[in-house]
Design a protein around this ligand. Sequence first.
Ligand SMILES: O=P(O)(O)OC[C@H]1O[C@](O)(CO)[C@@H](O)[C@@H]1O
Length: 362
Amino acid sequence: MYAKAISRLIIRDQKAEAAEYISDYIISRIKSFSPTPEKPFILGLPTGSSPEGIYKNLVAAHKNGDISFKNVITFNMDEYVGIPRDHSESYHSFMYKHFFSHVDVDPANINILNGNAEDLEEECIAYEEKIRRAGGIELFLGGIGPDGHIAFNEPGSSLRSRTRVKTLAYDTIIANSRFFDNDLDKVPKMALTVGVQTVMDAREVVVIITGAHKALALQKCIEGGVNHMWTLSSLQLHPHAMIVADEDATLELQVKTVKYFKSIEQVATAQGFGQALASAKILQKKRDSVIEKLDSPKSPTAKTFLAPPKPTLTRQITPDLIPDSMHDRLPEAPMRGIGLEGLETKEVPLSSMHERVDSAQA
Ligand SMILES: O=P(O)(O)OC[C@H]1O[C@](O)(CO)[C@@H](O)[C@@H]1O
C-alpha cells in the first residue's frame, strides 16, 4: 500500500447529475467486465438517500435493455441491528424497494447482513468469508455520513476494521432520525457494517457525496490526512478511489482543490481517455505488451540493454592460507638507504611516575 491523494473527484452541479455520472460508470464497468456465471461481477452497495438516484437510473437502464444484473453478485455495506427485516426502514426493505425488485439480479446472488442473526459476530465473520470466496469486491459503491463515516465505520473506527457490530454515533442517530419520524428513540443504536479494510480491499471504490451537510466530511477526507476520526479519509490510500460530489458538498474545499480536480477531468476528456478506469486486465495486457516489445529481438533496447553478452565467469581457487609471523612482514634490508634508518624502536628506560614528577618540578 502507498499513500496518495484521492484518485479522482468528479464534481457536478446537482445531485441528480452526480448520480447519473455514477450509474453510467457502473453500467460501463459491468459491461466491459462481461460477467458470466463462472466470472460474476461482484458489486458492493450502500443505502441512504444519496444513492437513490443511482438506483433509479440503473433500474431505468435495465428496463431499457441496456444492462443486465444476471451475473452480478451484490454485497450490501450494512444493516441495522434489531429491527425486523420487513421494517420499512431496514436496509433489506430499502434495497428491494429501490433496486432488487426491479432488476434481473438472482436473489441467490444478493447478500445483506442479517441484523437479527442469533450470533451477530458469527454473521460478520461469515460475511467476510463469503466476500472472499466470491473473489473479492470489484467495485464498492459507498455512501457517507456527515461525520465522514463510510458504511457505518463511525469516527474512531480502526482503519483496519472488518465486518463487525458497531454502535452508531450520536451524529448518525440524529442524521438518520429523519427516516424514523424524527424520533431519536426509534433509531436503532447498533448496526452490522463492513469494515474500513473491507472497503479498502475492493478493487475499486466509488463514493457519492452530496449536500452542504457533508461538505466538512469531504474537506477532511480530501484535504486532511488519513485519519480514523474521518474514516472516509482512508480512501487516500486506495489506488482506485473516486468520489463524485455535487457543488454543495464542495463548499468547504479550497478553491484551488476544486480547480485542480476539475482540471484533471478536463484534461482527461480533452486527451480522449475520459475518466474511465483502465481495468486490471487492460493494465496487465499493456504491461505484457510493453515487456514483449522490450524482449523482442528487433527492439534496439533488447540488444543493448536486455541481452548483454554473457560474461565468462572464471573462479579462482582460494589459495591455502600460510600463517606467517609479523616479524616476517617487516621490511628489512631494502628499507635501509631510503631514509628509514633510525626508525627502529628505541628502548624506553622505565621510570616511575614519582621520578617524572620530581624532574618536572626541578
Ligand atoms: O445518503 P444518506 O441518506 O446521507 O445516508 C448515508 C448513509 O448510508 C450509508 O451509506 C449506509 O449504507 C451510510 O454510510 C450512511 O450513514
